[in-house]
Ligand binder design. Structure first.
Ligand code: SF4
Ligand code: SF4
Length: 280
């Protein structure tokens, strides 16, 4: 099992927002949703990618000198990223085997113990690399490290069955209930996502924390929020976070050379109103 390899595009330490305590968040590359507002667009593709932040570039030319191909093509060797002191170039995607990734995770063991924190596997959709995820979760469990899995839930139910025994917390995204709306903004139906949540909550209600991104143009209206609130109430899910949209992903989309779709942030007033629906 230890020769399994995963593709990770980032490891963020000292997070306070991805589960209890202080956490290390591991972002797996590759997703099967295409959310238009995605704040980690470099997590969508399963392949390695090179991000170029034009606004940070000082045109010093060093990257062209060090690149084996003079920037005419790319094999993701990382030399330009290493030499660019202005952080204008970044490779997204690095292979880790289980031991290598666990080495990164256990560096912060003391912090986890002091704060009741742990590790959170996110993405992209970390459950799409299920063999690796199962192995690293088992390794963390064996070493008494608290584990959270951040998922959009659009995977076969069998994947959940494989990791439930080794997962302490699921951070489960619910984006909307109206199927046509979900398809319009993410390119996929939400039927499997909602069905998986129904099954998961029947088995381990206390292990689930729901996260709802709030985007004005998408689900940021009372009618859709009421539908989500009712769905979650019927399942008796009580740990619910509403996360207002932020535009951090836009710069990354530009750096990837991708089309940018702009959305607007919900106001404090509307966030308060939406939260009251879930407080009920
Ligand atoms: S090394 Fe960095 S700053 Fe210099 S040209 Fe390349 S990207 Fe721009
Ligand atoms: S990652 Fe390597 S091959 Fe790709 S542009 Fe940079 S230096 Fe060239």
């Amino acid at each position: 099992m230890t020769n399994l390899v995963c593709n990770v595009f980032d490891i963020v330490r000292n997070s306070f927002v991805d589960g209890p305590g202080i956490r290390t968040v591991v972002f797996f590359k590759g997703c099967n949703l295409n959310c238009q507002w995605c704040h980690n667009p470099e997590g969508k593709s399963f392949e390695r990618q090179l991000l170029f932040y034009k606004d940070k570039c000082k045109n010093c030319g060093l990257c062209k000198q060090v690149c084996p191909y003079a920037l005419l093509k790319c094999d993701y060797c990382g030399k330009c990223e290493f030499y660019c002191v202005h952080s204008a170039r970044k490779i997204a995607g690095k292979a880790y085997d289980v031991e290598e990734l666990f080495f990164e995770i256990e560096k912060d063991c003391n912090l986890y113990q002091e704060t009741n924190g742990g590790v959170t596997f996110s993405g992209g959709e970390c459950m799409l690399q299920i063999d690796f995820l199962e192995s690293i979760l088992k390794k963390c469990r064996a070493n008494k490290i608290h584990t959270a899995v951040d998922t959009a839930g659009n995977v076969p139910w069998e994947y959940f069955e494989r990791i439930i025994p080794y997962t302490d917390l699921f951070l489960y995204d619910v984006k909307c209930i109206t199927e046509s709306l979900h398809i319009n903004y993410t390119d996929v139906s939400n039927q499997r996502i909602l069905e998986n949540l129904i099954r998961l909550s029947a088995i381990c209600l206390d292990k689930i924390r729901i996260r709802i991104p709030v985007i004005n143009e998408f689900n940021g209206n009372i009618k859709e929020m009421q539908k989500i609130a009712k769905f979650l109430r019927d399942l008796k899910l009580k740990k619910i976070e509403l996360l207002p949209y932020h535009s951090l992903g836009e710069q990354k989309s530009i750096a990837l050379g991708e089309r940018v779709v702009s959305f607007s942030n919900p106001t404090e007033e509307s966030m308060k109103q939406f939260r009251s629906l879930f407080d009920e």
